[in-house]
Design a protein around this ligand. Structure first.
Ligand SMILES: C[S@@+](CC[C@H](N)C(=O)[O-])C[C@H]1O[C@@H](n2cnc3c(N)ncnc32)[C@H](O)[C@@H]1O
Length: 273
């Protein structure tokens, strides 16, 4: 299996694997495709901290409530809570939120999180700041989903409220390198893991990619999953903000808010209602 993942065979195997583990019993709560990531999310991304100071700093600047969309297992959310920020969180995955709650309880923190879909939610209140960190906006695959999410954020912002999100610039070199497998050694509380990943185009003209991730522990297959993302260019996102009514915006290259001058930089967007 190692090294030579054939695209079709691998997808099929992953489907079988997912069905075996994640088939919900009759009447059970619906399990989303993101639920399957909950058990390995912290192994893969728990140690990533490059964006935390930025989101803490921006959240401290505002008066009033903050909402984190796609708060997941709380990698950022819990840091905001620790800083005493009045922050609420939503995520489509109940299993991600279960992990967040468990971690918060261990720290004696009281999270305010609920299951909701960013494409269409109604919390019945407005926020001074909405953040969508760690490229979560890219899970909106179609322009309809992207506009629907931006409209949901807009509705939940106070006048003058801010939306902050980040995602990668579709890096032309990365796109040329599609289908190549990468390998990474991960060390987390649970031990040492090897993560092999490969991305490929699901639809080139509609700018959709899928990544197959396979995790090994002690040389044995531990977990497999896929995730699908949209590629969104700078001018495209500007149009989306314009169409959905945002008054103004700025885009920076990275979390130190330098000018965006290269497709190697992360796009960090700050938009205002
Ligand atoms: C890359 S993780 C980011 C988690 C967390 N914000 C962090 O920075 O570690 C993306 C999260 O978005 C959630 N998500 C995906 N689609 C969503 C949707 N339509 N509505 C709400 N959450 C969604 C996933 O369940 C996942 O927890």
């Amino acid at each position: 299996m190692a090294g030579q993942l054939d695209k079709c065979a691998c997808s099929l195997e992953i489907l079988k694997f997912s069905a075996r583990i994640y088939l919900p019993p009759e009447g059970a709560q619906k399990i989303t495709e993101y639920d399957q990531w909950a058990e390995v999310y912290d192994i893969m991304y728990g140690n990533y901290r490059d964006d935390i100071d930025f989101y803490v700093r921006e959240s401290k600047k505002v008066q009033g409530k903050v909402l984190e969309v796609g708060c997941g297992t709380g990698r950022i959310y819990i840091e905001l809570l620790k800083e005493g920020i009045d922050v609420e969180g939503i995520d489509i995955s109940g299993r991600m939120l279960a992990q967040l709650r468990e971690k918060a309880a261990a720290l004696n923190l009281q999270p305010e999180v609920s299951v909701a879909d960013m494409r269409n939610f109604d919390l019945g209140r407005e926020f001074s700041l909405i953040i969508v960190p760690f490229r979560s906006f890219l899970y909106n695959i179609t322009p309809e989903e992207q506009m629907s999410s931006l409209r949901s954020f807009y509705r939940h912002l106070k006048p003058g409220g801010k939306l902050i999100l980040n995602f990668f610039y579709p890096d032309l070199e990365m796109l040329m390198g599609m289908n190549k497998e990468s390998e990474e050694l991960l060390v987390s509380d649970g031990g040492k893991y090897v993560l092999r990943q490969r991305s490929y185009f699901v639809n080139e003209v509609d700018q959709t990619i899928e990544t197959i991730a396979v995790l090994y522990k002690d040389g044995e297959l531990y977990w497999k999953g896929t995730q699908r993302l949209a590629l969104i260019f700078k001018r495209e996102f500007e149009l989306l903000l314009r169409i959905t009514g945002f008054k103004g915006w700025a885009v920076y290259g990275g979390f130190d808010c330098r000018p965006l001058t290269s497709y190697k930089q992360e796009m960090v967007w700050i938009a205002e209602k």
